[in-house]
Design a protein around this ligand. Sequence first.
Ligand SMILES: [Zn+2]
Length: 62
Amino acid sequence: MIIEYRKKKGSDEWHFCTKCPNYPTEDYESWCGATRPPGGKMCEECILLEESNEKDCEPKIC
Ligand SMILES: [Zn+2]
């Protein structure tokens, strides 16, 4: 599954759960892929959401 990753401009933290409270909705860079994006780091909140329940994450399909 190819999903969209987003990070806010000027940040190096990638988000992929649309339900993450910090999911960027404006002024962001996006990256689509089946793996984690290269460089930067992953949002811990997103990882927790994904691990707890896929429905809590709801990644955006590219
Ligand atoms: Zn996040």
